[in-house]
Design a protein. Sequence first.
Length: 778
Amino acid sequence: MSEKSVPGIEPYESPAGGWGALGAVAKAISGQMAIARESLALHKVNQPTGFDCPGCAWPDPKETSSFEFCENGAKAVSWEATAKRVRPEFFASNKVADLWNLSDYALEGLGRLTHPMAYDRASDTYKPIAWDEAFQRIGAALRALPDPNMAEFYTSGRASNEAAFLYQLFVREYGTNNFPDCSNMCHEATSVGLPKSVGSGKGTVVLEDFEHCDAIFCIGHNPGTNHPRMLSTLREASLRGVPIVVLNPLPERGLERFTSPQHPVEMLTGKSVRIASTYYKLKIGGDVAVLKGMMKSLLAADERAIAAGMPGVLDRDFIAANTTGFEALAEDVAGTSWAAIERCSGLTRAEIENAADIYAKARNVIVCYGMGITQHAHGTENVQQIANLLLLRGNIGRQGAGICPLRGHSNVQGDRTVGITEKPNDELNDGIRRTYGFEPPVAHGHDAVAAVIAIREGRSKALVALGGNLAVAMPDTAETFEAMRKLDLAVHVATKLNRSHLILARESIILPCLGRTELDVQASGPQAVTVEDSMSMVHASAGTLAPASEHLRSEPWIVAGIAKATLPRTRVDWDRLVGDYNLIRDDIEKVFPIFRDFNRRVSVPGGFRLRVAASERDWATPDRRAHFLLAPGLEEDPPADANGLMLTTVRSHDQYNTTIYGLNDRYRGVSGRRDVVFMHARDLAARGLAHGDRIDVFATGVNAADGKERAVRNFVAVAYDIAEGSVAMYYPEGNALIALESHDRRSGTPAYKSVPVRIEAAAQPASAPAQPKAAHAT
Ligand SMILES: Nc1nc2c(c(=O)[nH]1)N[C@H]1C(S)=C(S)[C@@H](COP(=O)(O)OP(=O)(O)OC[C@H]3O[C@@H](n4cnc5c(=O)[nH]c(N)nc54)[C@H](O)[C@@H]3O)O[C@H]1N2
Ligand SMILES: Nc1nc2c(c(=O)[nH]1)N[C@H]1C(S)=C(S)[C@@H](COP(=O)(O)OP(=O)(O)OC[C@H]3O[C@@H](n4cnc5c(=O)[nH]c(N)nc54)[C@H](O)[C@@H]3O)O[C@H]1N2
Ligand SMILES: [Mo]
């Protein structure tokens, strides 16, 4: 990094974890001014009798008796269990036009919502409304639509199985499959790509497999920030001598070295454990090239071995017995030149061959991956190339080996399992017919991108959001905001105020709900909900804290309220279900037989695993075989425009998606700011720029194809050890640069991680605001 000092930018030399993490937790908790409440809450996280951490979807170790320390889990819990409140008096004295000018950080920082609120246009304020009246208004507006397909029902992945199941039931009885879901912005490439490869759309490994693997590949995910408890698993593997190969354009500290706060000796001696044994900084979007290069190298090694009369490198028996498409893959890979692979990946042939060698020498291999793989125009192909690589040596469906997509929200996978999908299959539709006796809509509905486009074009007029911050999470900030202002109805079920709530529809309603940490009492007594983690483990979660306000209601209760007010002739006994969540689980089991014996199996501490057929080499594809699938086209990739750079958008260490906990990104050496663009020193120099300079970033290519200028201005260039030609900034700041049309055609996942840009010295003086301000519409 350059010598010039830039405020808030200072390299972080320590390992991930360690005292830095403990300090950050203390700060996060005291910042929320409720120490007693939180420390009580933290002890209940991921315990057999407590609540599931709202942080991430990494599974809990089997022996959940000891509290597993996690800095970002602690932040997520204290953010929810905060003592701060945003009450009706606050809304009464702050017009929405003024709230709009607060930052996203400040908006959520106001604290927990306490009352149902409805927007009042005359005063430009949100005013309290009784629950029943809110439901009546929502029901009337939804019934007034000429077609149920003119409403969109968004789900964010924190919703429990019980809430999500009731929600999809209500929406289907209402008559649409418009289920935009945060999963559409996240692991949709997995859900679409993997079933075609191996017949199952979920990860095939369980936590225990990490104890039996001989090599781990970590591609495009940042566990030190986003799945911190995974560092303990990687640490154990590293200590066993397991090679860990990382493919990531950025040097992520959590993937380099880790000091475990669980281990007093490590903490006291300041020692750390190396995580990556080999760290390859590939170019953004270079994954298909690397994976194809690795396969090319494996095929060549296999041929050489066989020619020399030695055992081959590939698992030919497995390939013959279980797969189709091998010959086509071999041909595709043979036809891909090393020159193209090197150009597209930014790595050398020798580096890729080394990675292939580590892969080939390991008996059991696990490949883990995250958003660096899925959020590209070729996200589905990325996922399928990972599956190919694993299939070549039979690394799926046996102990110690498999594919491990790191899911995002703590229950995003479960929401999908219980029916949040815009493309219902026959099994789901039959389950609903059988259980409730109404005819569910069968035509496919909208995913997230399609929903926003439908709203933009005036084809959809109502949005109901079960959690989340859809407008800010989606690409194309300006267009998405403008679209949302055309709605007749916007309903947000939420714990905290966010910008999506301030984008006003003709009728806007905020319904405040209980969080995971809070006690949920219904007619039959205190309730537990269930969630499914990244490894298909389903377990119970029961809040323990007193609710943040007496007016809060549970998500299942709220969904039932909306349903009853919308569907006067409903076939569902909503009150009965909401009175006892065991009955919701009984119904889930009726609709989805995979949940067989649900209530009994989930009552065991740690819960149970939902069957993933591919984990047992049962390939649930039409021909009952796993498929090698091609990603042709590397050769045709146009060389990047001479002045062009590829931008990726990432999470800082102090945020949870659109929720900004703080302005620091400790491991990347950033404090007190988010207006940064990480760039390689040579990319700076090539543009006559220096570390610390103010810059403007302009979208090019696919994101400028419609002739609209998409730009973010007055950011600060930070010299960084990132792959050359690749630059990075934070999400959601970067969303303004991405057109809705820039997404994976197969899965609909926005290409948040490959944004072609041009970077120039800032046109305006440094004192200008760093963020573009969108005008407030009334
Ligand atoms: N504390 C915290 N925890 C979270 C979240 C959070 O915001 N905060 N979000 C949750 C959610 S919803 C999700 S989906 C997950 C997200 O978890 P991650 O998938 O880890 O999320 P990102 O921060 O988007 O980081 C992706 C990583 O991919 C790398 N990358 C970027 N582009 C490329 C590329 O082209 N190729 C490769 N190989 N790598 C690339 C980036 O450098 C970064 O290290 O985390 C979940 N957990
Ligand atoms: N550029 C760029 N954009 C991205 C991404 C990226 O990597 N880059 N990542 C994408 C990904 S992976 C995802 S998953 C999406 C995230 O999209 P969302 O899931 O829509 O966003 P969140 O920020 O997680 O939602 C935060 C809000 O959820 C509400 N909330 C919190 N807890 C609860 C609860 O228990 N119940 C209810 N009802 N509400 C609650 C609060 O009001 C809070 O303001 O963003 C996507 N957008
Ligand atoms: Mo996500």
